[in-house]
Write a protein that binds this ligand. Sequence first.
Ligand SMILES: Cc1cc2nc3c(=O)[nH]c(=O)nc-3n(C[C@H](O)[C@H](O)[C@H](O)COP(=O)(O)OP(=O)(O)OC[C@H]3O[C@@H](n4cnc5c(N)ncnc54)[C@H](O)[C@@H]3O)c2cc1C
Ligand code: FES
Length: 262
Amino acid sequence: MLPEQIKAKIISNKRFKDNYWHLEFESGLIAGRALPGQFVNIKVSDDVEPLLRRPLSIHGTQSSKVRLFYEVLGMGTRILSNRRPGEFLDVIGPLGNGFSLPGKGHRLGGQAAILVAGGMGGAPLLFLAKKMILSKPLILIGARTKSKVLCAQEFKALGSAVKIATDDGSAGFKGRVTELLSQVLREAKNGGDLSIYACGPRPMLKAVSKIACDNNIDSQLSLEEHMACGIGACLGCVVATKSGYKMVCKDGPVFSGKELTW
Ligand SMILES: Cc1cc2nc3c(=O)[nH]c(=O)nc-3n(C[C@H](O)[C@H](O)[C@H](O)COP(=O)(O)OP(=O)(O)OC[C@H]3O[C@@H](n4cnc5c(N)ncnc54)[C@H](O)[C@@H]3O)c2cc1C
Ligand code: FES
């Protein structure tokens, strides 16, 4: 199904903490079709600048509302944080291929899943966890320090066990979330039955894919490449895979860890 380009009414746009914001807009079309791992591409301003749209993962949906979770980093997200409820955003979505879910040809049914979120990776993974409510995945969250740990309460509210890793040891396991993942897998009794889903910085995803392959576990990784067009026209977001170069915006952003050659 083709993505929609719509003028979506902003319902709310609130600072959550520090530079982190939640935005909700109204679109029955996007909310009705969105799958975890898919994203929207937003023209943050009606002015010419910034020219390029900014991609943001779908963090959740509720009836006709679409929820986003974003970090203000540069001009685009700063402008977005200044947009007010009642204004209209130019949004294209849902875009890309999301995570494979239980009951849609994936082997997760009845098995355990581990979700690994690094940095803003909780944005798409919370939406995924909501769709996996019956299998209650184990959540691993990685951050540099305690104040940067995101979405832990929201994952816990779904009934999932949450383990945290911080680089400086200010919360949970001291070290990288991928070291925590290795530890969890060593302790797991049913390692071969697990599936791993991850979103976060590229080095983290590369490490997750290696750990998954070494343990013969399937992994699905959501990449956050820099994008220009967002619809497969500019080749600005290619990644190397075993079957050649693929576009993150169109063929991804979710890829099998076994497929990527980094
Ligand atoms: C499929 C996809 C889904 C995404 N989902 C989310 C999300 O749910 N929440 C969220 O906060 N961010 C998400 N991002 C990243 C987000 O698109 C960028 O942070 C945003 O475009 C930055 O725009 P800006 O104008 O504020 O910053 P810019 O001025 O463009 O850049 C500021 C800084 O952010 C870095 N940056 C820019 N684009 C990206 C990118 N695509 N990935 C990583 N770093 C980037 C730049 O290198 C620079 O250091 C996603 C990216 C992709 C490709
Ligand atoms: S961003 Fe243009 S092809 Fe992906």
